[in-house]
Write a new protein. Structure first.
Ligand SMILES: [Zn+2]
Length: 513
């Protein structure tokens, strides 16, 4: 059932959640009243997480959340090509949820997950720099923010470019910046509040369940990934479940293209899991760049079908699977690099050629709320950037590895396709690895090299455009970049394609701890 609501109610509700009950234990304590307390219905999975002698001191955990649903008239991101400003209604609230984890030696890792479509690199950078400056985390490696990729959320930056996708006029850019600023401040305040709390002593354990709610995009009739990693935190003193963190790779596109805010299937899933298990549930987006939810069309029925099925799979995993206890401390490492484009944009001739092709496109294509109109608008923006000498030379890429005892959590920026989960597992020589896409910032697709060399939506080029130029309605156009990313076809010694660049960095990061 949609909650409905107006802009004003959304704002007020957000303020109330934030001011009154940031620390989630209060919220969940209320939820538990009338249920007779914890433990009901829990069985075999939990038994494996009970404390036993000699296992060492527990971790400490604080979980908190805040409503981040914006109001009406806000530029939304996820679909093209007609104008798309929020109408003030909200089907399921957009939340930021935070888990502050401390190991017995005092190492602090801060995980945030948000219901949002994408997040600009500079907004991420500003959040993490603030947290480091305030001493909340020791370094950027110790903070991770995962973006759900709901297609019913606000624009939080200019990649994807709402001027291209939704005809946002230039005067609307200030509004996008204001929305991003408000988002940033809410996330920082959330982390500050969660960090101030002493946290609960917890035992951590993980298991892998099975969910069948995804199907491959672009490949007719093929079912998607089934792995469902789940991490649980159980109170070391009283056994109470303190948090369920789970990940699945899949596009939150069940609602479809309208102007209502919606956390989509992951919002339903976390609400159902929380009601069922009496603990906060945090969804983390996996390598879902090429995965869609099962079902057809858009609307409430599909949001519920997928969300409910995912929730049931998580609850079943928690109840029926034997969890492996996490022992040992926390560690983290991070790396940043700019992913290069296929043409060498430090070369003046290559830039001049790019400009010629964009000018041809402006002449050929009609303006309007269509894919052609979007491609024309994109071309105009690129010519303006070239003429101003402000063409970007690459796309920032962050790769990150957290170690929780034996478990490693890999966070990769952008819309990472599912093939990377296998690549990372092989590098790690272990199955005890979670691979997350959509982490820290989301500003493009990260296809595999095979995807980049063969073209298509994620690669951002097609037969007609060729591999140095964005195809009409491809992802490079929508995200507002000048050209597709570099594949092995354009790699040179010392200048590899982006897949190799990313995997080389991850190989180094995986050696931590
Ligand atoms: Zn996407």
């Amino acid at each position: 059932m949609p909650e409905g609501g107006t802009d004003r109610r959304a704002v007020i509700a957000g303020a109330a959640v934030f001011a009154g009950a940031v620390v989630a234990s209060a919220i969940w304590a209320r939820l538990e009243q009338g249920t007779g307390g914890t433990g009901e219905g829990f069985d075999p999975g939990f038994a494996g997480v009970l404390p036993s002698l000699g296992d060492g001191p527990p971790f400490r955990l604080t979980v908190a959340e805040v409503d981040i649903t914006p109001g009406h008239g806000v530029s939304m991101i996820g679909y093209g090509y007609k104008p798309r400003l929020s109408n003030g209604r909200c089907a399921r609230r957009l939340r930021a949820q935070c888990a502050v984890l401390r190991d017995p030696d005092g190492r602090v890792l801060v995980l945030v997950r948000v219901d949002a479509g994408a997040l600009a690199y500079d907004v991420y950078r500003s959040i993490v720099d603030t947290l480091v400056a305030e001493g909340i985390v020791a370094a950027a490696s110790d903070f991770m923010i995962n973006i759900s990729h709901t297609h019913s959320g606000p624009a939080l930056g200019m990649h994807p470019d709402p001027r291209v996708l939704t005809q946002l006029p230039d005067e609307g850019i200030g509004g996008v910046q204001a929305t991003a600023e408000a988002f940033k401040n809410k996330v920082i305040d959330l982390v500050r509040a969660a960090h101030r709390a002493p946290g609960e002593p917890v035992l951590l354990a993980h298991a892998v369940g099975r969910a069948e709610v995804g199907m491959l995009r672009w490949v007719q009739g093929l079912s998607g990934p089934t792995e469902l990693p789940v991490l649980i935190a159980r109170n070391a003193d009283n056994g109470k479940l303190e948090a369920v963190i789970y990940s699945y790779p899949c596009h939150p596109v069940c609602r479809g293209n309208d102007t209502v805010f919606d956390a989509d299937f992951c919002g339903v899933a976390s609400t159902v899991i929380s009601a069922e298990l009496k603990a906060p549930a945090l969804f983390l987006q996996g390598t879902g760049g090429n995965v869609d939810p099962v079902g057809q069309g858009g609307g409430e029925a599909r949001v519920h079908l997928v969300g409910q099925a995912l929730a049931e799979a998580v609850v079943k995993t928690v109840r029926d699977t034997r969890f492996g206890r996490i022992k040992g401390g926390l560690d983290a490492a991070i790396d940043e690099v700019a992913l290069p484009f296929a043409p060498d944009l430090s070369n003046a001739d290559a830039v001049a050629q790019l400009r010629r092709r964009y000018q041809e496109r402006i002449i050929q294509l009609q303006a309007g709320p269509t894919k052609d109109g979007a491609a024309r608008r994109h071309a105009e923006l690129m010519v303006a950037l070239i003429d101003a000498g402000r063409l970007p030379r690459g796309v920032e890429m962050t790769t990150q590895v957290w170690r929780l005892g034996e478990l490693r959590i890999v966070g990769m920026a952008h819309e990472v396709v599912n093939a990377y989960t296998g690549y990372v597992r092989r590098l790690a020589e272990s199955d005890d690895v979670w691979v997350l896409g959509y982490t820290n910032h989301v500003e493009c697709y990260l296809p595999s090299d095979a995807g980049l060399t063969s073209g298509g939506y994620a690669a951002g080029w097609n037969e007609e455009s060729g591999r140095y130029f964005p195809g009409v309605a491809g992802s490079v156009m929508g995200y507002g970049w000048p050209a597709p990313l570099r594949s092995t076809l354009d790699a040179k010694p010392g200048a590899p394609g982006v897949e190799e660049m990313v995997l080389q960095r991850l190989e180094r990061l995986l050696r931590i701890g």
